[in-house]
Design a protein around this ligand. Structure first.
Ligand code: APR
Length: 320
């Protein structure tokens, strides 16, 4: 059976890392697409040459021609610009919206059966726009944010508790921005909810609150350190986890920016919610029970995403 085909639209920091991870995990043949001349070709060749030492097989191609993504099973989109220190993800809206238009049209023409994972920021608005421009079914177009935000939360919690990151589960929902909703009640150490760990004296509410805030600021912390771009290792790893669940029909339960209809009081919009990802794409949106405080946080996040979507419609009339 032929190997799956994975098209990476954008061959920058995240795109290159995605290609390397896909290679090491032998997820399929990789096509790196970018408008920057030479970059996708150079990265494809470099990664292919790591095969003999790492011991993987697969074809790696760099291109600036959308025809080369033809028949892709998965497209992961990172095309656009990342933020610089002092910028919010929302500051990228105008420029990255234009990029989503060209990428959406490219996918529509050449890879209409693909499972599409968007990483470009501001995430929730860009995944919505990409779906509109591509015309693909909603369950086949999804945004990567919740897996990353939850991973950041899990990492910080593992440091606080001095336990393996593998034994920390965490839920971060809502939009991928300052209003994201880390759900403390649904986050656990080996099944013990965080509020119980406070009661047990393993941590304090103050420490938990500061970890929640550090999670919300997780991307900005890295932008501030790197100065020339934004995070790329963990974002790429998170998207690969989603792609693998689709390609192998793993039915992982992962928080993603998915199209939500008839749940969370929504009638069709993209926002971070728990989902099941399998061979049919987003196979289920899981509606969890929220208390009044959590609902208020979620609503604030939903409103922020709605504001960005309206801004997109104001910039590009075809979206209105
Ligand atoms: N089509 C294809 N590629 C494009 C286009 C386009 N229209 N416009 C820009 N690109 C390419 C750039 O040439 C660059 O190689 O997208 C790539 C982006 O790579 P980086 O600048 O290294 O950014 P990266 O760190 O990979 O982040 C990409 O993901 O997390 C988000 O906020 C981040 O929106 C940003 C995106």
């Amino acid at each position: 059976m032929a190997r799956p085909k994975i098209a990476l639209i954008g061959a920058g920091q995240i795109g290159g890392t995605l290609a390397h991870l896909a290679a090491i995990k032998e997820l399929g043949d990789v096509v790196l697409f970018d408008i920057a001349e030479g970059t996708p070709q150079g990265k494809a060749l470099d990664i292919a040459q790591s095969g003999p030492s790492e011991g993987f097989d697969g074809a790696f191609k760099g291109t600036s021609d959308y025809a080369d993504i033809a028949g892709a099973d998965v497209c992961i989109v990172t095309a656009g610009v990342p933020r610089k220190p002092g910028m919010s993800r929302d500051d990228l809206l105008g420029i990255n919206l234009k990029v989503m238009k060209s990428v959406g049209e490219g996918i529509k023409a050449h890879a209409p059966n693909a499972f599409v994972i968007c990483i470009t920021n501001p995430l929730d608005a860009m995944v919505w726009a990409l779906r509109e421009f591509s015309g693909l079914p909603h369950e086949k177009v999804v945004g990567m944010a919740g897996v990353l935000d939850s991973a950041r939360f899990r990492h910080f919690l593992s440091l606080e508790f001095g336990v393996s990151m593998r034994d920390v589960t965490a839920f971060v929902l809502g939009g991928h921005g300052d209003t994201m909703v880390p759900l403390v009640r649904y986050s656990t150490v080996a099944g013990i909810p965080l509020p119980d760990l406070v009661k047990m004296g393993w941590t304090t509410q103050e420490k938990l609150d500061s970890i929640v805030q550090r999670t919300r600021d997780g991307g900005a912390e890295i932008v501030g350190l790197l100065k020339t771009g934004s995070a790329f290792y963990a974002p790429a790893t998170s998207a690969i986890e989603m792609a693998e669940s689709y390609l192998k029909d793993q039915k992982r339960v992962l928080p993603c920016a998915a199209y939500v209809q008839n749940a969370y009081g929504l009638d069709g919009m993209y926002v971070g919610v728990p989902t099941v990802i399998g061979a049919n794409g987003i196979e289920k949106v899981i509606e969890i029970d929220m208390n009044a405080e959590e609902q208020a946080m979620m609503q604030k996040s939903i409103d922020a995403v709605k504001g960005l979507v309206e801004a997109c419609k104001g910039i590009d009339n075809s979206l209105a």
